[in-house]
Design a protein around this ligand. Structure first.
Ligand code: ADP
Ligand code: MG
Length: 238
């Protein structure tokens, strides 16, 4: 059974169709990358999976449950945004603990989970700092830590590295990939960067203008692009 199924999903904003019949299956433990030009509907699709945007038509299934009518917090997901969305007035440890405080988890459990996530991400020394006292890469790690502590079934990433400089972006890409190899959490990663997609994905989903042009393993798309758009976008010789 797929960890995430997106079935015949459509979405309009006003009268403008933005998602026009999307079907995607993501296997348990897979790292799927949604890639496509700016404005093609990647964030909208991710936000529907997260429950931040109503699903127009069709069905989204996470872990065997149809989530169309479930609130974001009822879905077993955690999302990392482009701008990290850390709380500036909270220390790193409280930023990481916040969702569990809301869920009224026992204090000892929260501390243990924050510590474990901090160890995994190398944030142990930084737990008592505020976000403004961190570098871009460290903030990115804290945003990731917030997701890890919740141990969700699915991680959602919306261009999490796009605010970092080029060198750090490459380093964080490797770090995220290693993290995925360690945790094996099913992940859906949105980017408009072809290189990020090719190097990180188990499955690439190439989107254009609200539809999926092709999806599959990076090398299969590279070797057998379905059309010129995919070939051009992935960078395979036409
Ligand atoms: P991407 O993430 O691929 O860049 P988006 O999903 O953000 O694309 O946007 C897809 C299209 O939907 C764009 O044309 C965008 O302008 C439009 N759009 C996104 N959000 C809204 C909204 N809340 N209201 C109206 N139009 C929107
Ligand atoms: Mg976007």
């Amino acid at each position: 059974m797929a960890a995430v199924s997106i079935k015949a999903v459509h979405k309009h904003f006003g009268t403008t169709p933005v998602i026009r019949g999307v079907d995607i299956e993501i296997a348990d433990g897979e790292f799927a990358v949604l890639v496509g030009p700016s404005g093609c509907g990647k964030s909208t699709l991710l936000r529907m999976i997260a429950g931040l945007e109503e699903i127009g038509e069709g069905e989204i299934v996470i872990g065997g449950k149809v989530v169309n009518n479930m609130q974001p917090k009822e879905r077993d997901i955690a999302m990392v945004f482009q701008n990290y969305a850390l709380y500036p007035h909270m220390k790193v440890r409280d930023n990481m603990a916040f969702s569990m405080l809301l869920a009224k988890r026992p204090k000892e459990e929260i501390e243990a989970r924050v510590q474990k996530a901090a160890d995994i991400l190398g944030l142990g020394e930084l737990l008592d700092r505020y976000p403004r006292q961190l570098s871009g890469g460290q903030r990115q790690r804290v945003a990731m830590g917030r997701c890890i502590v919740r141990d969700p079934q699915v991680f959602l990433f919306d261009e999490p590295l796009s605010n970092l400089d080029a060198k750090l972006r490459v380093a964080m890409r490797t770090e995220l990939k290693e993290l995925h190899q360690r945790l094996k959490t099913t992940s859906i990663y949105v980017t408009h960067d072809q290189i990020e997609a090719m190097t990180m994905a188990d499955q690439i989903v190439v989107m254009r203008d609200g539809i999926v042009e092709q999806r599959g393993r990076p090398l299969d798309l590279y070797d057998h692009p379905a059309n010129l758009f995919v070939a051009g976008f992935i960078g395979s010789p036409a």
